[in-house]
Design a protein around this ligand. Structure first.
Ligand SMILES: NC(=O)c1ccc[n+]([C@@H]2O[C@H](COP(=O)([O-])OP(=O)(O)OC[C@H]3O[C@@H](n4cnc5c(N)ncnc54)[C@H](O)[C@@H]3O)[C@@H](O)[C@H]2O)c1
Ligand SMILES: [Zn+2]
Length: 383
């Protein structure tokens, strides 16, 4: 026998920009990035809802490209939202466009849309020619404060979230705040949940900032919203770049507090429940579990629930009460699916305090049932 082990170190450059009106002729953020990367071709894939909200955008993009040495890109408009992740049809459409436009690995795919859209288009870009350069333009609160700056892309399969996908560091992310203000108010507010999550698990000072600015956030005051989005995005990126496990090869997923239940609830509701609203419920459940199991003080739950209710996020959904033929709550299967998605031992984050977490490897099913019952009755009493 002969065995030879090698280390293959690879360094990624993750470029994250915050700006406004990225396609205004005087905004050089994108031009500078393209100049840094070289390459001559680009494909722009634009989410339909964004194209509708910004009717001049395609003209602005075309004009922008006349001023830089990259071929005027084809602009492909496609519907987004969670349905784009249902199957691989959109991914195949993007592959076709990439092939027709003769893009190569030095070319760019500019994806402009919400988190679901970016996940699907990102997956197409990451797999065509084994990876084109992706420039993400997240257009929702959630996509700007979390998913857009991440290094994952995926579509759903087997009625499970994000089952098909890959890790791929984007060439760049341009968080253009202007896009945020055309989403409907409910979606804009709900997307703040990932900022609440990252503050809760990683940064007590940011959590207190959210508490102090809660009314302004709920009122969607533009500058408070943008500050919150930027703080949250940077906390996510710092964790990815410096946390030691960007491609999640270990057992824990410190940015996924509340997500084991959230992903299952999305699937159980046939994706009628949005990711943001499902995460709010997942966070409510794991926060209450942290308190009821004695890991965290009751005041932690009170503070988290106050934020959720001010942001008009529910703490209960009927999908929590779907049961299998044995009477067991189906959401509890989310724990095993969460473990299976990642591999290794089941590892779920729980709270000890605001900004202080602990990992556990077993959840007590009857305590989970009690917590879900409590969420139900609290939601009925309007708490
Ligand atoms: N890859 C990751 O690391 C990661 C992390 C967190 C979440 N996600 C994924 O992100 C998705 C959720 O993203 P989301 O909350 O952005 O939802 P979304 O992409 O479904 O968008 C929400 C709605 O807003 C519309 N929209 C988007 N931008 C708009 C704009 N500027 N103006 C008007 N309407 C607009 C969309 O058409 C959609 O109807 C989920 O699929 C989730 O799994 C991925
Ligand atoms: Zn999430």
């Amino acid at each position: 026998m002969s065995r030879h082990d090698f280390q293959i170190p690879v360094t990624f450059h993750h470029r994250v920009v915050f700006t406004r009106n990225a396609f205004h002729p005087e905004n050089r953020a994108l031009a500078t990035l393209l100049h840094e990367g070289g390459g001559r071709r680009a494909l722009v894939v634009l989410e339909e809802a964004v194209a509708t909200a910004w009717p001049n955008l395609t003209t602005e993009i075309t004009d922008y490209f006349t001023r830089i040495p990259i071929a005027c890109p084809v602009i492909q408009i496609m519907p987004g939202g969670e349905p784009i992740k249902t199957d691989d049809r959109s991914v195949r459409d993007v592959w076709k466009s990439i092939d027709a436009a003769h893009l190569d690995r030095h070319s760019y795919v500019l994806a402009i849309g919400g988190g679901a859209f970016l996940d699907a288009i990102g997956y197409a870009a990451a797999t065509a020619h084994r990876g084109l350069r992706l420039i993400r333009f997240p257009t929702t609160t959630l996509a700007q404060d979390d998913s857009g700056v991440g290094v994952k892309c995926s579509i759903n399969a087997f009625n499970k979230k994000n089952w098909i996908g890959t890790f791929a560091v984007p060439f760049a992310v341009i968080n253009d705040f202007s896009f945020l203000h055309t989403q409907n108010e409910k979606t804009r507010r709900a997307g703040l949940i990932e900022a609440v999550k990252v503050a809760l698990v990683k940064d007590r000072t940011f959590f207190e900032w959210i508490e102090t600015h809660l009314d302004a956030l709920a009122a969607l005051d533009p500058s408070t919203l943008e500050t919150c989005v930027e703080k949250s995005a940077l906390l996510h990126v710092h964790h990815i770049a410096e946390g030691g496990d960007p491609f999640e090869s270990g057992s824990s997923r410190p940015l996924d507090f509340g997500h084991w239940a959230a992903h299952k609830l999305e699937a159980l509701s046939s994706y009628q429940l949005s990711h943001a609203r499902a995460v709010a419920i997942g966070i409510a459940l794991d926060t209450l579990y942290s308190t009821r199991s004695g890991m965290a003080d009751a005041s932690v739950t009170q503070r988290v629930f106050k934020i959720l209710s001010t942001l008009q996020l529910d703490i209960y959904h009927p999908a929590l009460d779907c049961r299998d033929p044995s009477g067991r709550r189906c959401v509890i299967d989310g724990l095993n699916e969460f473990r299976e998605h990642l591999g290794g031992d089941l590892t779920v984050l729980m709270l000890r305090d605001i900004g202080l977490c602990t990992e556990i490897h077993h959840l007590d099913q009857s305590l989970l049932d009690t917590c879900i019952d409590e969420l139900h009755s609290l939601s009925q009493s309007g708490t």
